[in-house]
Design a protein around this ligand. Structure first.
Ligand SMILES: Cc1cc2nc3c(=O)[nH]c(=O)nc-3n(C[C@H](O)[C@H](O)[C@H](O)COP(=O)(O)OP(=O)(O)OC[C@H]3O[C@@H](n4cnc5c(N)ncnc54)[C@H](O)[C@@H]3O)c2cc1C
Length: 464
């Protein structure tokens, strides 16, 4: 006989486990099916372990900058295996934390692969063998996404790495090619560069971090180059040749073709949704470009089946997945949640220097017909940034010239990933320049750059 629930969630990432907790909070009998690790990509292979690695590379950078702070130390070195072990330990700790949260919230967890098996039914298997049949009024699909693989450049664990191999190398390669300069590619490029590897970053678009504001991309390009990274933009990897211990990428840029040789190539060229083997055939669920199509509340074309998170498309971010989870579950429970405004989802890249943004870029705001006022404030004008020894950064704000609405904010510099939320709140509250100028920012903090950027947009900047 089938186990019976009000809700079953398929996938235990930040979309799925948050959906399960919220459903349980709202009094629904809830189950969650996860085939690998609770916490999903985010906790096990994404957000968290990469931040643990980046922390190590920041420390390495800082240790090599000690002289600037009046310190001296000899024989600075690291044990790369320990760096990786720490990152895996952090991931393991958080995954165990999700297990605890499931227990605390009385969510029944099934270890296995979930697949739709007719209206209101889900089949769970493990290694091809049946584990359970579940009956549920509502089925939430939160199966996430995985790395896009270019034909002929499949990760082989040795010379071509996806993010999984890039997070768990046996040793630090000397020479690395990173293909793709989105958030994932830029973070790995920054990590390996700051750990001492020689890194070449290749981007097919005309600039790195192509979804960011053009000025921020240019700032990061300059900063990476200054740190010693080689960057090729408008460049396409046409093919690869594998040697015994090296890989050659044949790269075309500006009509010229060149061979780049490295120990390893990290492929970071995008994301595809996990839509396979979910039992979608014969349902009314629509898949477009490997992602499930939903309305603003997670409803698919099939009654009683919902989809959230990376599975439903970009932006592929953990906080987007979790927020969609809350909206979807509350709508199922008959509450009336607000639909999410995609423009209010902050995006962060934890490279050195960090990048964070929310809302429209200047170019996009203009394309949409806004007359804009733009403010800029460099970190070199900020006392705290100078005191910290991190005076490299920029805050750019974009306002609608007629209404004063904050259309977008774009930041590069130390800890901007922690600060962007200030502008996120401002956008959610539909703040104008007047409220932002009226807000008192504590001194000395790097956040004062946020205030100054707003002041600059209106010709009132103080410290430059
Ligand atoms: C290297 C890297 C760094 C990242 N850094 C950040 C970051 O700093 N900030 C950020 O916001 N985002 C980051 N992301 C993206 C983030 O990890 C994802 O947006 C987030 O994990 C999506 O959550 P999700 O719940 O939709 O899916 P996932 O986290 O992918 O979880 C889906 C889960 O479903 C399981 N599953 C799949 N199919 C089935 C099935 N049929 N049955 C049972 N279980 C199934 C999978 O095993 C997985 O555990 C990063 C991603 C990567 C790869």
């Amino acid at each position: 006989m089938a186990d019976s629930f009000d809700i079953v969630v398929v996938g235990g990432g930040p979309g799925g486990y948050v959906a399960a907790i919220r459903a349980s909070q709202l009094g629904m009998k809830t189950a969650l099916v996860e085939r690998e690790n609770l916490g999903g990509i985010c906790l096990n292979w994404g957000c968290i372990p990469t931040k643990a690695l980046l922390r190590a590379s920041e420390i390495n950078h800082l240790l090599h900058s000690l002289d600037a702070y009046g310190f001296a130390a000899d024989n600075i070195r690291f044990d790369f295996a320990k760096v990786i072990k720490r990152s895996r330990g952090v991931a393991g700790q958080l995954s165990a934390g999700v297990k605890h949260l499931m227990k605390k919230n009385k969510v029944t967890v099934y270890d296995g692969h979930g697949k739709l098996a007719g209206p209101g039914k889900l089949a769970v298997t493990k290694d091809g063998k049946p584990v359970a049949e579940i009956a549920a009024k509502h089925i939430v699909l939160a199966t996430g996404a995985r790395a896009r693989v270019l034909p002929g450049m499949e990760p082989d664990g040795k010379l071509i790495w996806s993010y999984r191999e890039a997070m768990t190398p046996a040793a630090l390669p000397k020479k690395i090619i990173v293909m793709g300069s989105g958030a994932i590619g830029s973070e790995f490029a920054s990590f390996y560069l700051n750990m001492g590897a020689e890194v070449t970053l290749i981007e097919v678009m005309d600039r790195i971090l192509p979804v960011e504001d053009a000025e921020i991309s240019a700032f990061v390009h300059k900063a990476f180059t200054k740190q010693g990274m080689k960057i090729l933009t408008g460049a396409r990897v046409q093919g690869i040749r594998k040697g015994a211990d090296s890989i050659t990428a044949v790269v075309e840029a500006g009509g010229k073709v060149q061979d780049l040789v490295a120990d390893v190539l990290i492929s970071a060229v995008g994301i595809v949704g996990n839509v396979e083997d979910l039992g979608l055939e014969g349902t009314k669920i629509k898949v477009e470009k490997t992602h499930i199509v939903t309305d603003a509340f997670g409803n698919t074309g099939e009654s009683g089946v919902y989809a959230i998170g990376d599975l439903t498309g970009p932006p592929w971010l953990a906080h987007k997945a979790s927020h969609e989870a809350i909206i979807c579950i509350e709508a199922i429970a008959g509450k009336h949640p607000h639909a999410m405004d995609v423009l209010n989802i902050p995006g962060c890249t934890y490279c050195r220097p960090q990048v964070a943004s929310v809302g429209l870029t200047e170019a996009r705001a203009k394309e949409l017909g806004h007359e804009v006022k733009v403010g800029r404030f460099p970190f070199i004008g900020n006392g705290k940034a100078i005191a910290m020894g991190e005076p490299e950064g920029l805050v750019k704000t974009v306002f609608d010239a007629k209404t004063g609405e904050l259309l977008g904010a774009h930041m590069v510099g130390p800890e901007v990933t922690e600060m962007i939320q200030g502008y996120g709140i401002a956008r959610t509250l539909e703040s104008t320049e007047a409220e932002l100028m009226h807000t008192v920012f504590p001194h000395p903090t790097v956040s004062e750059t946020m205030h100054e950027s707003v002041l600059d947009a209106y010709g009132r900047v103080i410290h430059i």
